[in-house]
Design a binder for this molecule. Sequence first.
Ligand SMILES: [Zn+2]
Length: 326
Amino acid sequence: MKKRPGILLLFLGLILVACQGEKSAQDTSQRSEIIQPQKWWENIPRPVYSSLEKIKVSQDWYEVYKLTTDTLAIYEPYQFEEAISYLVLGKDRGILVDTGTGIGNLRELVTELTALPISVVNTHTHWDHIGANHQFDTTVCFNHPECIGKLLEGVGNERLQPSITGDSIWKPLPAELDPSSWEIPSVKPTKLLEDGDIIDLGGERTLEVIYTPGHSPGSICLLDKKNRLLFTGDTFFPGPLYAYPEDVDIDEYRASIDRLKGRIEEYDYLCSGHNDPWVKREVIPRVARAFQIIMAGEGDFKQDGDLRRYYFDGFDILIRTDMIKE
Ligand SMILES: [Zn+2]
């Protein structure tokens, strides 16, 4: 990784205070049917997985798929978020792009898959992307107060309860996990990323950091130029894009999609943070167009209170009515 001057941890106390009382980006306690449909698991297995090579692993909680020789998707199909983390391996080291819910033992899984030293890189710091960060020695996130603050804060049991009970789960939790005390521990980032940073994994494999705020203030994508892959986190995934929570900036979100559209010649496939790990790039211009359609007052949607779910081909967009403006 490129060295950056260490501005870091002086103001962290302040950031923690600022984060108190903030509404969760994915507060699952009052989930609308248009966010989490009943029996959502009837979509599983999603069609793409039958075309991917599945790797046998020892934990039932995870499914692992080989995308390229040195790129593995780590999928959690039994929890509503259907989180996907990625093991991206170079010659000398590897990166774990996000760590999912933390419900399984991700470190043990990664040890089965590679002997290379691994650093976690978070695309953003919503709970379902940082869950197993604490199992690893090094955690890297974007240099944004929200990212640093969220990692330091961790996530308490009360907030996580809705995500591991009722209809959010359709297979048993791992026996080692105690639902009454499970939480996501605080983690201190070991390094901070800037826009344009190049993460060098050795063997000519690099990941470029592309700052793509909008879904959350510190969201990034990672571009693997050699393999023509774009790791998108939650900036894009083939499901209902979360453009409604309090920490979304809709103008930034649209600008970030436009930015990815502007670089479309540099990647073929999107490796997204949920649902499907392998999506053709052509969807990105369609997402840009979808936002235009919504803002023009067009498009098909279902509404629940001030929340709308707009339906498009291959993805949907969840957005609040007050965010819809010309
Ligand atoms: Zn997110």
